[in-house]
Design a protein around this ligand. Structure first.
Ligand code: ADP
Ligand code: MG
Length: 227
């Protein structure tokens, strides 16, 4: 499988969990190539391995076996600190539950990943510009508890973009939102994909969101079916 022109290539990835006497093959021998510029949607029932696959691709977890290439770079050759750097600089991640730090304002939440890679001088400017881009110009100084679910998710999107990643992952980003807030999120993703050429891998349960995708794949019991 080629690996130079793709945002992500995974070859024969496996991840199992042991609990009690049972082994769950959460991701069971998946190979997948995500070209630059794709808007990939990942579907499948609860427990089919979607979140595990997303965590592996986003370097939030390590597979038991198999290879992962991010931007053509083989991840298993990297040390943990290099992996963390690659993750912070090249990948954005958006969670269903937003995962904002409650004690920090929207602006501070968005600045945080930039501060983590010592971009002190540009962090604020970049965060302000991204919060404007997700239509939160007037709410930057608010705490997460003072924002609606849709607004919090837009803060999380801005945060995922602060270090200019070329790839973002979103795991059921609209599952907690009403249809208006969901559409707002999807329209932002569409613009990021179309105008900024950001590669997106997103998990969804909502068939009405499929129209935004350039490709849809389905997981079943840790295995992949192309749709
Ligand atoms: P999905 O996101 O499609 O609902 P997950 O990737 O979360 O699926 O889970 C896939 C399978 O792996 C499920 O059977 C789940 O119970 C199991 N699993 C996921 N994470 C863990 C874990 N940390 N420990 C044990 N089992 C896990
Ligand atoms: Mg999941």
């Amino acid at each position: 499988m080629k690996n130079e022109k793709s945002a992500i290539v995974i070859n024969s990835i496996k991840k199992s969990y042991k609990s009690g006497g049972n082994i769950t093959h959460a991701v069971n021998n998946i190979s997948l190539e995500i070209p630059f510029g794709e808007f990939l949607m990942i579907t499948g029932r609860n427990g089919s391995g979607k979140s595990t696959l997303m965590h592996l691709m986003a370097l939030l977890d390590n597979p038991n076996s198999g290879e992962i290439f991010i931007n053509g770079e083989k991840v298993s050759d990297l040390h943990e600190s290099q992996k963390m750097k690659l993750r912070l600089e090249s990948l954005g991640y958006i969670f269903q539950e937003y995962a904002l730090i409650q004690e920090l304002t929207a602006l501070e939440n968005v600045m945080l990943p930039a501060l983590m890679i010592n971009k002190f001088s540009v962090a604020k400017k970049q965060a302000v510009s991204l919060l404007k881009k997700v239509d939160l110009k007037d709410k930057m100084k608010r705490l997460p508890s003072q924002l609606s679910g849709g607004e919090q998710q837009r803060v999380a999107i801005a945060r995922s973009l602060v270090n200019n990643p070329k790839i973002i992952f979103a795991d059921e980003p609209t599952a907690n939102l009403d249809s208006v807030a969901s559409k707002h999120i999807l329209d932002i993703f569409k613009k990021l994909n179309n105008q900024d050429n950001i590669t997106i891998a997103m998990v969804t349960h909502e068939p009405e969101e499929y129209i935004y995708a350039s490709r849809i794949i389905n997981l079943r019991d840790g295995k992949l079916n192309e749709k």
